[in-house]
Design a protein around this ligand. Structure first.
Ligand code: M6R
Length: 598
């Protein structure tokens, strides 16, 4: 939710470095973008509503737009519609200050009223604009630029990652509270961003900022300090993935690339954690985790992974329940002895952080299951288990859902009081090649084409395939903009069946040939009798193919792994439907990859 980039020390390449960084951050928000550059004693700003190419076109016309220090922003609106005026950077009355912001300033209205009363005039509807005006007020009171920025930050309540430049000062001033920020440490330049891909091409050395920290970037280097200005020692970490990982590598969309990366992502997730010969699962990082009961908290796709994970734990005798994190944060259940597991790709989702923080406030032990090394959740929770999927740029979560499902299987085996399930271990070993087989042989494109004009899509599944059905529907609606719903198969006849017509395909996950499969085939017959087309996602063990118009096959395997495989087919159906409809697949309307406001 909003992407910030900044750099110092890039010389003539400052503007292009900022635009490059914004292109890598567009997944965080893409309704407007802007840059501010300082150099030769001047401050110059360009900003534009629309995707980044609108800003790039505007910048072409601006020969004056040069500087050696710069900040940039790509926006996901919270206050005011996407317009040129509401785009960041925001400025003060004198146009000497420029500020970019990610987060929400909760007390902005009272600050704005106060500033307006003392004569400040505002150009935008945003909460952010109070910040440059507060800086201006302190500059006028005789404070130096860094002190003026600190004064402004001291007045703010809410969540913010802020970067500020001031005319005549070749420095970027930075503050963080509840919104991610990371510094990139190059040989000659220093970078600042909401996320590492923004500068990964230039350096792999990073410093993660903590809440309450300030940073100062100048041509001489960088420093981090606390709210009182006391310098802090920071660790410089090295990121272990390639810049290539954040490009499209010849695929039409990041989403398709990331779907195809799943065999590798799952291999990485399993590597060194499964000993097939010894029949054991080792999550060394969780050796001191003592879990008797689990509450899994998450949002969106990660919530579907949490529902799946909770069932795995319950099936293995560990009391576990999944909660939507936003609900959990505001009305937590009374159980005090539960370990709270935050499931989050980004590790920055405000709703899920609120839930893990609430759990910590109540004294509960917390565990983060996340993809993002160094994320706020990874740092704040007592324990962390990384899913190791690599960077995911497409807004639609794909490989990280499979990674979460896989990691939750490992977690369950690690915690399980009973003997390790050797069949599952073997199935997990085969998972990457099973996924590859689906990618090589899928008929999902034909399914997408056939049902392109449908009124709605219904996804059904039972037990472990119920969250997969919900996830299939979420993927379909977010990238195709078509109505889709996911159900526990048994629920369909309790109301939604009234909506089933020949124009509403029902996509049914039917795995195995046991009771669950037989009951789901019964549900398939019910919709078939109403002339709804049926797409069966199946391992071929049941007779569902007799009632299906289309079959999407998954290799026969352990039911826990089959639920991971079934989802791959659903991802592909959603992708091909959206591609044929010409949708903006990697940046669906109104959405952002990382939702850092509640
Ligand atoms: O980063 P998180 O996993 O915490 O994000 C939670 C949701 O916003 C996210 O899963 C969202 O639903 C997906 N990007 C949708 O594909």
């Amino acid at each position: 939710m909003c992407g910030i980039i900044g750099c110092v020390g890039c010389g003539d390449g400052t503007l292009s470095t900022l635009l490059h960084g914004l292109s890598k951050l567009e997944y965080r928000g893409y309704d407007s973008a802007g840059v501010a550059l300082v150099g030769d004693g001047s401050l110059r700003v360009a900003k534009k509503a629309g995707k980044l190419d609108a800003l790039e076109a505007a910048v072409e016309e601006r020969a004056d737009l040069a500087g050696t220090v710069g900040i940039g922003h790509t926006r996901w609106s919270t206050h005011g519609p996407p317009t040129d005026d509401n785009a960041h950077p925001h400025q003060d009355c004198t146009k000497r200050v420029a500020v970019v912001h990610n987060g929400i300033i909760e007390n902005y209205q009272s600050l704005r009223d106060e500033l307006a009363e003392s004569g400040h005039e505002f150009d935008s509807d945003t909460d952010t604009e109070v910040v440059p005006h507060l800086v201006e007020a302190s500059l006028e009171a005789g404070r130096d630029p860094e002190a003026a920025f600190r004064d402004a930050v001291a007045r703010l309540e809410g969540s913010f990652a802020l970067a500020c430049v001031v005319e005549g000062t070749e420095a970027v001033f930075v503050a963080r509270n509840d919104s991610p920020l990371v510094l990139g440490i190059g040989d000659d330049a220093t970078y600042l961003a909401s996320d590492v891909p923004a500068f990964r091409e230039f350096t792999d050395r990073v410093v993660y900022l903590e809440d309450g920290e300030f940073a100062r970037l100048t041509a001489d280097g960088w420093s981090v300090s606390d709210v009182d200005g006391t310098l802090r020692e920071k660790t410089v970490d090295t990121v272990d993935w390639d810049p290539e990982d954040t490009g499209k590598s010849g695929y039409d969309h990041f989403m398709l690339k990331e779907i195809h990366e799943q065999p590798r992502a799952l291999r990485q997730c399993l590597q060194g954690r499964v000993d097939e010969l010894g029949g054991s699962v080792t999550l060394e990082e969780l050796d001191d985790l003592d879990l008797e009961r689990a509450h899994l908290v998450a949002a969106g796709t990660s919530y579907h992974a949490a529902v799946y994970g909770a069932q795995l734990l319950r099936d293995d005798g560990v009391p576990a329940q999944a909660f939507l994190s936003h609900e959990y944060a505001t009305s937590p259940p009374p159980t005090e002895d539960a370990t709270v597991i935050g499931v989050s790709q980004s590790g920055e989702t405000a709703d899920t952080l609120a839930a893990t923080r609430e759990a910590q406030r109540r004294g509960a032990e917390t565990l983060a299951v996340t993809n993002t090394v160094g994320s706020t959740m990874a740092r704040e929770c007592d324990h962390v288990c990384y899913i190791r999927s690599g960077p995911e740029i497409g807004v639609a979560a794909t490989k990280t859902f499979a990674g979460q499902q896989t990691a939750l299987n490992l977690l369950t085996q690690h915690l399980s009081p009973g003997p390790v399930d050797r069949d599952l271990i073997a199935a997990l070993r085969d998972l990457p090649s099973d996924v590859q087989a689906i990618l090589d042989e899928t008929d999902a494109e034909a399914v997408g084409e056939t049902y392109l004009d449908s009124d709605a899509y219904f996804f059904i599944g039972r037990a472990l395939n119920y969250p997969v059905a919900m996830e299939g529907a979420l993927k379909m609606k977010e990238i195709t903009y078509k109505h889709a719903e996911g159900f526990a198969a048994g629920e369909l006849k309790h109301g939604t069946l009234a909506l089933v017509t020949p124009d509403t395909p029902v996509i049914a996950n039917v795995i195995g040939d046991g009771e669950l499969a037989r009951k789901t085939v019964g549900n398939v017959k019910e919709v078939e009798a109403r002339d709804a087309p049926v797409v069966a996602v199946t391992d071929g063990q049941s007779d569902v193919e007799r009632y299906a118009n289309h079959v999407l096959e998954v290799p026969e395997t352990h039911p826990r792994a089959a639920a991971i495989l079934a989802n791959i087919q659903l991802q592909l159906v959603a992708y091909h439907t959206a591609a044929k409809l010409g949708r903006s697949i990697d940046k669906p309307r109104n959405l952002a990859k990382s939702v850092t406001v509640e």
